[in-house]
Design a protein around this ligand. Structure first.
Ligand code: NAD
Ligand code: UGA
Length: 459
């Protein structure tokens, strides 16, 4: 079959996989190939057992894989035949050298640029899909300019705003699609090519085109603003716990103001995920490198409050359990960084588990989709950790349940049974405020929500 255009995506991860699956679904006349250096991952994408859990993804993959969506480890051929290349490789925080702990580690991205350079023979549009420091496109262009096989490149920025757990919905009905390009004839033409892809299903008014640097920076700023809201409400949750105010009532009251808005005001054990922290730290690093100390300090506080919230949560657990958890069984409800994903990167659960293991507790972790990742991620941890798919087994004989992830399944459990089978006094620490605290209290639990008065029996 001949295709109108050939699209390549380098990086078959949480972004590359779902994003390209939706493009393939909506643009049957385009051939979409996703490549990755990780051959095992490619094998999984080509199998019945996808490498990531994302609601709705499997159905789309089953529909388009082998028709106009292909997964391959042959990066060279993929680059050679493509007209448009999306780069969706990982850009974690640098752990070494200059900017360690703050700056973006661009080694994977740089290798991709080299791969594109070496294997290109014709004109190509390179679209940055991964999240990058502002001005990165300039570096990409400098590398690609050295091509001596006559290839012409135009670099555009097309950051991704999907959230895990709702990725398919976010891709099918995005709030906006952002495309940044040079404001030159060739730059605008390249942007138009990317607009054409999304126009298959996204209304024109939701496709925003800007200059390259605004687009790159918007992505970091969007994540910083979202995380800032969570840190803001979490900081207030600490104040609520001192004053008997209720953070959920406050979120509702302030969120009713249209200028503030209701979303992203759920107080929690802290935000996790692979991006918020790394992107804010990157923003801080960029601000610092331009000498903008006050700007850097301002955004740094968002991360600091998040760390404070996680520490506070664990300190509350230990204090409530008579200042010792040694040899006490504690059930951890949820290990993924949020519901509806198996992703455990930067999950607050990881922090909670590490701290409780340091305090010599015996942990029993349950999670409907992240147990395999949890087991692998905690393999090096020296302590007693059990992994249970069944939450009732996880809680049996435990002195406390610590709810870290807001999976729906945890809302509707038989807590009467759970209470009966736990050691007394039995406590519940609701790190997401999703449970019915009054009912739990009347069942006999001591209940410790976030940012609300705790409900305790006198023992
Ligand atoms: P990921 O780790 O899940 O996937 C990245 C993939 O790139 C990996 O499979 C890796 O093997 C592959 N890779 C690395 N170097 C390569 C190379 N040279 N050639 C081929 N493949 C290579 O990461 P992700 O979560 O998909 O994130 C990718 C980018 O998108 C990051 O910049 C991230 O900040 C951004 N982002 C992520 C999300 C999210 O929800 N995860 C949302 C929006 C944006
Ligand atoms: C986030 C953004 O929402 C996406 O727009 C962005 O594309 C993505 O980062 C990225 O660049 O990687 P994601 O991290 O997948 O998406 O999930 P979110 O829904 O944003 O949740 C992030 C964390 O904040 C989770 O741990 C979540 O539980 C927590 N959260 C979220 C709260 O604690 N309270 C809230 O009100 C909302």
């Amino acid at each position: 079959m001949s295709f109108e255009k050939k699209i390549l995506c380098i990086g078959a991860g949480y972004v590359g996989g779902p994003t390209m699956a939706v493009i393939a679904l909506k643009c049957p006349e385009y051939k979409v190939t996703i490549v990755d250096i990780n051959e095992e991952k490619i094998r999984k994408w080509n199998s019945g057992q996808l490498p990531i859990y994302e609601p709705g993804l499997e159905e789309i993959i089953t529909k388009v894989r082998g028709s106009n969506l292909f997964f391959s480890a042959d990066i060279k051929s993929g680059i050679k035949e493509s007209d448009i290349i999306f780069v969706s490789v990982n850009t974690p925080t640098k752990t070494f050298g200059l900017g360690a702990g703050m700056a973006s580690d661009l080694q994977y991205w740089e290798k991709t640029a080299q791969q594109i350079l070496e294997n290109s023979e014709g004109p190509k549009i390179v679209a940055e899909k991964c999240t990058l420091p502002v001005k990165t496109a300039q570096a990409m262009e400098r590398i690609l300019k050295t091509n001596n096989k006559g290839a012409q490149f135009e670099v555009v920025s097309n950051p991704e705003f999907l959230a895990e757990g709702t990725a398919i919905q976010d891709l099918l009905e995005p709030d906006r699609v952002l495309i940044g390009s040079h404001q030159t004839e060739s730059g605008l033409k390249a942007a138009e090519e990317i607009v054409r892809i999304y126009s298959h299903w996204v209304p024109a008014e939701k496709i925003i085109t800007t200059n390259l640097w605004s687009s790159e920076l918007s992505k970091l700023v969007a994540n910083a603003f979202l995380a800032q809201r969570i840190s803001s409400i979490n900081s207030i949750s600490a104040l609520c716990e001192k004053t008997d105010a209720d953070v959920a009532e406050i979120a509702f009251a302030i969120g009713a103001d249209r200028r503030i808005g209701a979303s992203f005001l759920n107080a929690s054990v802290g935000f996790g995920g692979s991006c918020f922290k790394k992107d804010i730290l990157n923003l801080v690093y960029i601000a610092e490198s331009y000498g903008l100390k006050e700007v850097a300090e301002y955004w740094k506080m968002v991360v600091k409050i998040n760390e404070y919230q996680q520490e506070r949560f664990v300190a509350n657990i230990i204090r409530a359990m008579f200042n010792t958890v040694v040899d006490k069984k504690i059930a951890i409800f949820g290990f993924s960084f949020k519901a509806n994903t198996g992703d455990i990167r930067e999950s607050p659960a990881r922090f909670v588990v590490n701290k409780l293991i340091e305090e010599k507790a015996i942990l029993s972790i349950t999670d409907p989709h992240a147990l395999e990742n949890a087991r692998a991620g905690l393999a090096e941890v020296d302590g007693e950790i059990l992994f249970e798919l069944d939450p009732y087994r996880a809680a049996k004989g435990a002195s406390a349940v610590v709810l870290v992830t807001e999976w729906d399944v945890f809302r509707n459990l038989d807590y009467e049974r759970i209470y009966r089978e736990m050691k007394k006094p039995a406590s519940i620490f609701d790190g997401r405020n999703i449970l019915d605290h009054q009912t739990l209290f009347s069942l006999g639990f001591d209940v410790y929500p976030i940012g609300k008065p705790s409900l305790t029996h006198s023992h």
